[in-house]
Design a protein around this ligand. Structure first.
Ligand code: CTP
Ligand code: MG
Length: 230
């Protein structure tokens, strides 16, 4: 089974900057001596046949310089459009390099483990899609006008992570048919098409850098593990 990964880096990181983080898009922020996206690429590379970065081509080429990745392609205005750009670039590869399955991973999520990647890939043996997710631990409140409106039952609620995995041809077809919509994760397109998507066990440490404070959490993790968690 040929596995490709799309590594997303075309976002501007607006929540990160607005929360007091740097102006630099968060995927390029330094973490333990290397840009966040470098850690993500290094973690994925041993487990995939090819890795395609999506975003600012010059910057990605520079940052991922010594890693064996495909030439980066430009992203789009939405996350979904960026995924589509990656899928079209993979579809344009020579037939023998065209993947059977594709993993889509956030460039701002640096500490993905081998275990998590394998769990997602294994679930694709009998499902067209699989995503890692962690159960919601806190009580959930809906707010209205600064007050509690009601309590949302947390049973059956999960937080979706990446890498999310899909059968390549199915996913490509769905993306082509859904052009112009804006799904914030990849499984959504399969859900809307009535296809089964496996939920596999996520990892609480598989943090996405979203707000400034997340960088401190990631730095603490590095401090604890000393070595990249690949
Ligand atoms: N992403 C992308 N293309 C976009 C939007 C997002 O490739 N048009 C990528 C981001 O670079 C990130 C991942 O999708 O790696 C997850 O998205 P998110 O955390 O929302 O990142 P941003 O959109 O950059 O951040 P924000 O929503 O705070 O602006
Ligand atoms: Mg975003």
């Amino acid at each position: 089974m040929r596995i490709a990964a799309i590594l997303l880096a075309a976002g501007s990181g607006s929540r990160y900057t607005a929360s007091g983080g740097s102006e630099t898009p968060k995927q390029y922020v330094q973490l333990a001596g290397a840009p966040v996206i470098w850690h993500a690429a290094r973690a994925l590379l041993p487990h995939v046949h090819c890795l395609l970065p999506v975003g600012d081509k010059a910057r990605l080429s520079e940052v991922l310089d010594e890693l064996d990745v495909l030439p980066p392609v430009d992203g789009g205005a939405t996350r979904q459009a960026s995924v589509r750009a990656g899928l079209e670039a993979l579809a344009a590869l020579p037939a023998e390099q065209r993947p059977d399955v594709v993993l889509v991973h956030d460039g701002a999520r640096p500490y993905v483990t081998e275990t998590l990647i394998h769990t997602v890939v294994q679930a694709l043996a009998d499902k067209p899609g699989a995503i890692p997710a962690v159960p919601v631990a806190d009580t959930l409140k809906r707010e209205h006008g600064g007050l509690i409106a009601d309590t949302v039952p947390r049973e059956h609620l999960f937080r979706a992570q990446t890498p999310q995995g899909f059968h390549f041809e199915t996913f490509l077809d769905l993306h082509r048919a859904a052009a112009g919509t804006d799904a914030t994760d990849d499984a959504r397109l399969l859900e809307d098409a009535g296809l089964k998507v496996a939920l596999v066990r996520g990892d609480e440490d598989n943090i996405k850098l979203t707000y400034k404070d997340d960088l401190m959490r990631l730095e603490r993790l590095v401090g604890q593990t000393l070595l990249p968690r690949v």
